[in-house]
Design a protein around this ligand. Sequence first.
Ligand code: CUA
Length: 313
Amino acid sequence: MNAFHLLPVAASTLASRVDAIFLTLFAVTGAVALAVACLIVYFVIRYRKGATVDRSQPPAGERWLEVTWIVLPLLVFFGFFGWAAWTYTDLEQPPADAMPIFVVGKQWMWKLQHSNGRREIDELHVPLGRPVQLILTSQDVIHSFYVPAFRVKQDAVPGRYTSLWFTATHAGSYPLFCAEYCGSQHAGMGGQVVVMEPAAFSQWLAAGNSAPELAAVGAERFRYYGCSGCHAVDANVHAPDLRGIWGRQVHLADGRTVTADARYLRDSILLPRQDVVAGYAPIMPSYQGRIGEEDLTAILEFLRSAPDKATGG
Ligand code: CUA
């Protein structure tokens, strides 16, 4: 690990793809810059004052040359754009079976929580070879979750969820940074991501965890805040059925269709008038200021992991 690396170690499935784009772009633009620099030096020497060269017929224009140097780079860079956009799309869309981990940034630490309730601070343990999705937010200012070895970086923004996913390809521990200036101890806000063999990870996850399952806490909170009063299948109030809501396509009253991800569910709880489901009246009260991040997280995990129980029963 102490050897010199031009790039950080690559330890995720997307890392090699990001590197390939970076290195190709670097090689192509580097080659062009080098060629231009060499030609400048060559012409400066060849056509210097007093040199005996033929200057009788300076070229006035060369249509095919101009067309070539406009069209060729254009095509090359459209190619780069398509390649990068394709990779970015994959980077933005976690696989459906990704294991969720909830992350809250605060001045100046990363607080992480696994589905089974186990918490970590400034250290994240993940299994090897399995897609992991981090659902991030912040309880004060903007932070940015950055793991160079995975080539992933995502802002953690107060008041909303952002997401990031990766599949680790090599066991080991990798530095974790905060990549958004967030106050006097920003530089110290970091830790490490520990990638473990799946069996060792399961053991680690279960060991010393006395916290209840996040989904169980969520089920209790779901009742505590009265969600079940309206969203139960047999409730008198006409409210959307939440069974299997996670990841489902939802048709909204204004004609839009959205995927029910963490962001959508969070907004529906805090800003219920924003995305009203088609066929329902906008009667849900806002829970803004009445529900904390931790309870929100628990309710989300409950909706995600217990799709058939979200009836409020
Ligand atoms: Cu948190 Cu910089």
